[in-house]
Design a binder for this molecule. Structure first.
Ligand code: TRP
Length: 472
């Protein structure tokens, strides 16, 4: 009886609904597609040796990311509130426990930290709109392009200026409400970005190093893969799909009741993955054709793509357009990083959307200077994983997001009663529901835990026992 009561729960959203499932797909795609695909995926694939890293990444996206995305959306729609309130409400409803709210709080904190560095990188793309448009890269040599990046990232004033500009725009859009503007932006932006990337792919295919770039991405050399490489691949799966911090949960809260969650998630995950692979296929041939280092780190796209634009006819316009679209893609992602905190403050403190957005934006803006300075005045201040930026990225992406995702999938798979989740997925007795439940209950949580244990070396004795020579 009690279970049937739970199954019938239908709540109204506090902040309106997306006008259709399609708009929700656009919004989640806008959140997922961003710097993670185009800036981050290529440089961390480069740092971690390519092929084997990419294989693990793809496995994590489909075996861990996809089921967690379904779980996160379904929790969001069931609760219909900001992630903190949703986890509190559903925790009480499904488990009689208020402590699940901590998962929401963890997400809000993670979002603050990620947005603080995300905004700095997004700011760089803003600077590159101008650099490209004024023809700085026309016919430029590799050294000149590298110098240009250093002039930007190496200057706290320049970099800080663009970070401030990006945060300003993000606050402005969030203050006006997520739905307005977002739909138009994403509907136009994602297809246009793909078109320019396809043009760049054509260029990359003619650099003479396409095969080398292709092999780098897809020929796995598993000996090159370390435990921390696997952890980074999993973190990237969470980061690129916007999972584990409540962004997708917050958007799920505005999803109309009849829309299919599984179908939507599959579409978003496939689109996001295709765009990351496309970015890799564009960038690595350019890297190898110009004798650049695939291991160049966060500057990789800023040091490769301008070279390509510099060679292409009309490259100044193309380049400017590309970085404009990338800045838009970053904006639709930045908005989703901010939305959980803003919705939380609005619902809790009874303040308006604009005040909440400005409050969150101010804190994130200040935090962002840790990243700005990591590339100039504090670039020699290194510990553990590297600069302050490297460590913030590592802790948020590779630890906090997977931890949040672990709690989310445990909640959706184990804590929620199956009547509730099946009802929300509208797959009551279907084999699709059972497949999801299996992935969410067993595969995703076990994989996250194993990858954590592996990264801190806890599995080594087991590997050694299996393979006495220590050869993998
Ligand atoms: N997925 C985005 C990208 O790839 C970044 C992002 C947006 C994000 N929202 C998020 C990352 C929530 C983690 C959590 O650029």
């Amino acid at each position: 009886m009690a279970e049937q009561l739970t199954a019938a729960v239908r709540r109204d959203s506090l902040h309106g609904l997306w006008s259709s499932r399609f708009v929700f797909i656009l919004a989640v795609t806008g959140s997922a597609v961003g710097l993670g695909n185009i800036w981050k995926f290529p440089y961390i694939a480069g740092e971690n040796g390519g092929g084997a890293f990419v294989a693990v990444y793809l496995l994590c996206v489909f075996a861990i990311g996809l089921p967690i995305m379904v779980g996160e959306v379904l929790i969001g729609r069931r609760g219909r509130r900001n992630p903190v309130a949703t986890m509190t409400l559903l925790g009480e409803e499904e488990a009689g426990h208020r402590s699940w709210s901590l998962v929401g709080v963890l997400g809000v904190v993670t979002g603050f930290l990620i947005l603080s560095f995300y905004s700095v990188i997004a700011g760089w793309t803003g600077a590159y709109i101008i650099k490209s448009a004024i023809g700085e890269f026309v016919g430029a040599a590799p050294e000149a392009v590298v110098q240009s990046f250093i002039a930007l990232s190496g200057s706290a004033v320049n970099s800080g200026f663009w970070h401030t500009a990006f945060m300003g725009v993000t606050v402005f859009v969030v203050a006006r409400g997520v739905e307005r503007g977002l739909e138009q932006a994403v509907r136009f932006m994602v297809p246009a970005l793909v078109v320019i990337m396809l043009i760049l792919l054509g260029y990359a295919m003619n650099t003479g190093a396409f095969q080398q770039g292709f092999a780098f991405l897809f020929r796995p050399d598993f000996r090159a893969l370390t435990g921390s490489g696997v952890l980074v691949a999993m973190g990237q799966a969470f980061f690129t799909l916007s999972l584990g911090m409540g962004a997708v949960m917050a958007y799920g809260a505005y999803l109309p009741q009849q829309a299919s969650i599984i179908g939507t998630s599959v579409a978003v995950v496939c689109a996001d993955t295709a765009i990351a692979i496309l970015a890799g296929l564009v960038i690595f041939p350019i890297v190898f054709a110009n004798g650049l280092d695939p291991n160049a780190g966060p500057g990789l796209i800023f040091e490769t793509l301008p070279l390509a634009f510099g060679q292409l006819p009309g490259g100044a316009i193309f380049g400017a357009l590309f970085f404009l679209l990338l800045a838009f893609a970053a904006l639709t992602s930045g908005i989703s990083l901010m939305e959980p905190a803003v919705a939380w403050i609005m619902e809790n403190r009874g303040v308006g959307r604009a005040s909440a957005a400005m409050l969150v934006g101010g804190v994130v803006w200040a935090l962002g200077f840790m990243t700005v300075l990591s590339f100039n005045r504090l670039s020699d201040f290194r510990f553990w994983n590297g600069t302050i930026f490297d460590n913030m990225d590592f802790v948020t992406t590779n630890i906090m997001l997977p931890l949040g995702g672990l709690f989310i999938t445990v909640f959706a798979g184990w804590v929620m009663c199956q009547n509730s989740s099946a009802d929300e997925l509208d797959e009551t007795a279907g084999s699709l529901y059972r497949l999801w439940l299996f992935l969410a209950r067993y595969v995703a949580p076990v994989a996250v835990l194993l990858i954590f244990f592996n990264a801190i070396g806890l599995l080594e004795p087991i590997f050694d026992a299996l393979m006495p020579q220590g050869q993998l």
